[in-house]
Design a protein around this ligand. Structure first.
Ligand code: NAD
Length: 365
């Protein structure tokens, strides 16, 4: 099966981890006799430096003409330290989401048992946690009107949602809940925000089409607390762009590290897969970034965009095996970790590919 995949490494550790995600996809092609055509495109700081544009037309054309996208991250300290810069890496990201209609961001938060000790949360609270976030991605304060007035002394970002934007992601969340524990928690701030009151009303209406799925509404502040207090009480979480951004970073602690969490952004066209972490300048170039979020993003890509469950499962099992054998990157080590098994980014990628090879051999022996 010939599939075209665009690799969009972006900036910082985005490049380092995406290289490993791509190698794992190539391994899948070898093992299952598929054929992938990989194309590279630029985005973010790298694209600004090369063209002055955080998402050049050439990149956008490639993204619109492929079967799936594996993305790294964008960002650079230059922009973080100077908010006055007008052309910024994240504009490329927002434009890409809007242009490709990627309105639903799926973030599975599942803890590998081997990493129970790596989280800052107690193991007995964490064990068995399995949450699927649906974060709305093309609305909210990120895309509402923004501006400054009063000589720069007042600034605003409009929090705005339209009915159709809420309906389409709510349907996706309820449909997914049907294949899981049949429970949706919708997160908003309806006690204060008008846009949240519309959110709650529309989600309730959509929920009526799924009578077999239990719906609960929570305010974002309470949800933030309950996520840490009792993560096992959640199944599917449905929320807007801003609240989803914050809650999923918080929930990364359930999985042990930002370096473990993959995400899928889907909508009407092509799917985009990426780690939830950013470009992590503090560790860029050191070869110590955890590539597992990118590798698990590749697994999501095969499952969601191509419907290849077996291929996707093989990657997840290979990651599990690597962890079971004690291999770790620095961000997921704990007191019990054997120092000799702390691996670099590329070493961890190689260990996962070796495990895939092993699984393939034992399955077909
Ligand atoms: P970050 O996710 O890059 O890093 C947060 C912390 O987690 C850092 O200490 C980092 O070292 C660690 N970390 C992240 N990924 C890791 C991995 N794979 N392995 C090991 N450790 C890892 O967030 P930040 O520091 O707030 O932002 C850095 C830059 O990334 C900023 O410019 C920001 O705008 C950008 N950013 C981009 C995206 C994106 O492209 N989707 C998302 C978030 C932040």
């Amino acid at each position: 099966m010939n599939k075209k995949i665009v690799i969009l490494p972006g900036d910082g550790i985005g490049k380092e981890v995406t290289a490993e995600g791509k190698r794992v996809l190539q391994k899948v092609a070898d093992v299952f006799d598929h054929s992938f055509v990989f194309e590279e495109a630029q985005i973010g700081h790298e694209a600004i430096e090369a063209t002055g544009n955080p998402l050049p037309d050439e990149s956008l054309m490639k993204l619109k003409d492929c079967d799936a996208i594996l993305f790294g991250a964008v960002g650079h300290p230059k922009y973080d330290n100077d908010p006055t810069l007008k052309v910024r890496p994240e504009q490329g990201l927002l434009k890409m989401r809007k242009e490709l209609g990627l309105y639903a961001n799926l973030r599975p938060i599942k803890l590998f048992d081997e990493l129970l000790g790596a989280s800052s949360i107690k193991p007995e609270i964490l064990k068995g946690s399995d949450i699927l976030f649906f974060r709305e991605l093309t609305g909210d304060v990120y895309f509402g009107e923004k501006g400054k007035k009063d000589d720069g002394n007042t600034a605003y970002d409009l929090m705005i949602y339209q009915r159709f934007e809420i309906e389409r992601i709510a349907h996706k969340a309820f449909a997914a809940a049907r294949t899981r524990k049949k429970k949706v928690v919708s997160v908003d701030k309806a006690n204060v925000l008008e846009s949240s009151r519309l959110w709650r009303q529309v989600v309730t209406e959509v929920g009526q089409h799924y009578p077999d799925v239990q719906l609960e509404h929570q305010f974002v502040d309470a949800a933030a607390m309950k996520l840490i207090q009792n993560p096992r009480s959640f199944d599917v979480v449905l929320t807007g762009n801003l609240f989803g951004d914050i809650l999923t970073d918080e929930a990364s602690q359930i999985a042990g590290s930002m370096g473990m969490l993959a995400s899928a952004s889907v909508g009407d066209t092509v799917g985009l897969y990426e780690p939830i972490h950013g470009s992590a300048h503090d560790i860029t170039g050191q070869g110590i970034a955890n590539p597992l979020a990118s590798i698990l993003s590749a697994a999501l890509l095969l499952d969601i965009s191509f419907g290849w469950k077996e291929e996707s499962e093989m990657i997840i099992r290979a990651v599990e095996q690597a962890l079971k054998k004690g291999y770790r990157t620095r961000d997921i080590r704990d007191a019990a970790t054997d120092e000799k098994k702390i691996l670099s980014t590329s070493e961890m990628g190689r260990v996962v590919r070796d495990e895939m090879e092993r699984i393939a051999k034992t399955q077909w022996a």
